[in-house]
Write a protein that binds this ligand. Structure first.
Ligand SMILES: NC(=O)c1ccc[n+]([C@@H]2O[C@H](COP(=O)([O-])OP(=O)(O)OC[C@H]3O[C@@H](n4cnc5c(N)ncnc54)[C@H](OP(=O)(O)O)[C@@H]3O)[C@@H](O)[C@H]2O)c1
Length: 390
């Protein structure tokens, strides 16, 4: 279509949102019998998206959603969606230069790829802006070298505002560095190898202060701590056989005591004087609320850790605390159950889930967690499972 021609219908723009108001548009007056030739209605979905897009495009004052995301994410998201293709087609250029086409050419009425990218970007940013991840964040993730912790670091790190800082902990430093490579350069990342089963309050304090050495505490709007580290412990012994106190100590050190101590250390560093918002996520399990044979360590450890964070939540009503249970997720831990678990029935069920591909991916469970955080329908300290309805 030649867009240089003066538009004879200018001034007859279709009013914005109401479909009914379109009845008297200029082009419709050629239709003699209105009852026989009713214009097809725009779909509700299309109108809703168009409305949202228009309001996004108008939002140019204060902190424009699209602009701020543009700084950090535009390239990667556009690349993701278009796999490197140039998304502006000839039709899209035409639509931009002559928006009237949209009203007279039904096949061009759907949102263009460019507009869909715009909307998607806004949706992602909405999670950041409207949620508990907004502002400059100091994020700590334990067990971030693989599995769920790695995905948590990558997914959450990718939506943080420029200037945020992350501290990733686990024993395998090279694997932590791999995780860090997936986080945008706008967010600084520290990777520290630490055996969290054999650490102390002082060591944890030093690790955190060292990580924050180039920053002032006040520059952070928010502190987010994700206690993800976890181990299964032996899965072939009955409760009556668990009489070795050192094994109990070792298990509880990593899975209960150190998460509690790390949490306390961070809360003491970011005390009330720093005026930072706080979000604390404990990665728990269905086994924290449901007993499983031969899983005394795991079940009791998860229950104790979850209850610790429930107490922490009631003592600190200003802090947002979530006990998130990720569902069955395909990680090394999951394979440990498939290979070593003494309960044959559960072992078979876990293997079946792998065969039927009903086991969750790390990405699925972390996306669900992001939705839980965005919706904010839980009460601080609640146990929320992947499968819970929101
Ligand atoms: N996978 C599931 O189906 C499932 C279901 C419910 C709950 N969960 C919970 O989700 C969390 C993550 O599980 P996952 O499946 O991702 O486990 P995973 O694949 O076994 O990963 C465990 C993470 O913890 C780290 N870690 C283990 N021992 C450590 C130590 N002594 N010091 C420091 N870091 C240590 C590991 O890193 P390094 O090896 O580098 O030390 C790794 O990054 C756990 O709390 C688990 O209980 C998992």
């Amino acid at each position: 279509m030649n867009t240089d021609i003066t538009d004879p219908w200018c001034g007859t723009d279709v009013p914005e949102s109401s479909n009914d108001k379109c009845k008297n548009c200029f082009e419709d007056s050629f239709v003699e019998n209105q009852t026989q030739h009713i214009k097809l209605a725009d779909s509700e979905e299309y109108l809703e998206k168009l409305c949202k897009l228009k309001s996004l495009q108008k939002a140019s004052s204060k902190k424009d959603l699209v602009t701020s995301l543009f700084e950090a994410k535009e390239d990667s998201i556009a690349r993701l969606i278009t796999s490197g293709c140039k998304i502006e087609t000839e039709e899209e250029t035409e639509l931009t230069s002559n928006p009237l086409i949209r009203h007279i050419a039904p096949h061009l009425q759907a949102l263009t790829a460019n507009e869909l990218v715009h909307l998607l970007k806004a949706d992602v940013l909405q999670i950041v802006n409207e949620s508990v991840l907004s502002g400059k964040v100091f994020l700590v993730v334990t067990g971030a070298s693989r599995g769920i912790g790695k995905q948590l670091a990558i997914s959450i790190g990718s939506v943080l505002e420029k200037g945020s800082h992350m501290l990733l902990l686990a024993t395998n430093l090279n694997a932590l560095k791999e995780t860090a490579k997936n986080i945008p350069a706008s967010v600084s990342v520290d990777t520290v190898s630490a055996d969290l089963a054999k650490t102390t309050k002082d060591k944890l304090h030093d690790i955190i202060m060292q990580s924050l050495k180039d920053q002032t505490l006040h520059q952070f709007d928010r502190v987010v701590v994700i206690h993800n580290v976890g181990s299964l412990g032996p899965m072939n012994q009955c409760t009556n056989d668990l009489t070795d106190i050192n094994m109990w100590h070792d298990y509880y050190d990593l899975n209960v005591f150190v998460p509690a101590i790390l949490n306390g250390v961070i809360m003491q560093i970011f005390n009330e004087k720093t005026n930072t918002e706080k979000l604390v996520i404990n990665i728990t399990s269905l086994y924290g609320i449901k007993p499983g044979k031969y899983l005394s360590y795991y079940c009791s450890g998860k229950a104790a850790r979850e209850m610790f964070f429930k107490v922490f939540a009631v003592e600190n009503p200003e802090i947002n605390v979530l006990n998130y249970s990720p569902g069955p997720v395909e990680t090394d831990m999951y394979y440990e159950i498939c290979n070593d678990f003494a309960d044959k029935q559960v072992k078979t069920e876990f293997k079946d889930m792998l065969m039927k591909k009903t086991v969750l991916t790390c990405e699925q469970t972390v996306n669900r967690l992001l939705t839980v955080l965005k919706e904010q329908k839980y009460k601080s300290g609640d146990h929320v499972d992947y499968y819970d309805e929101l």
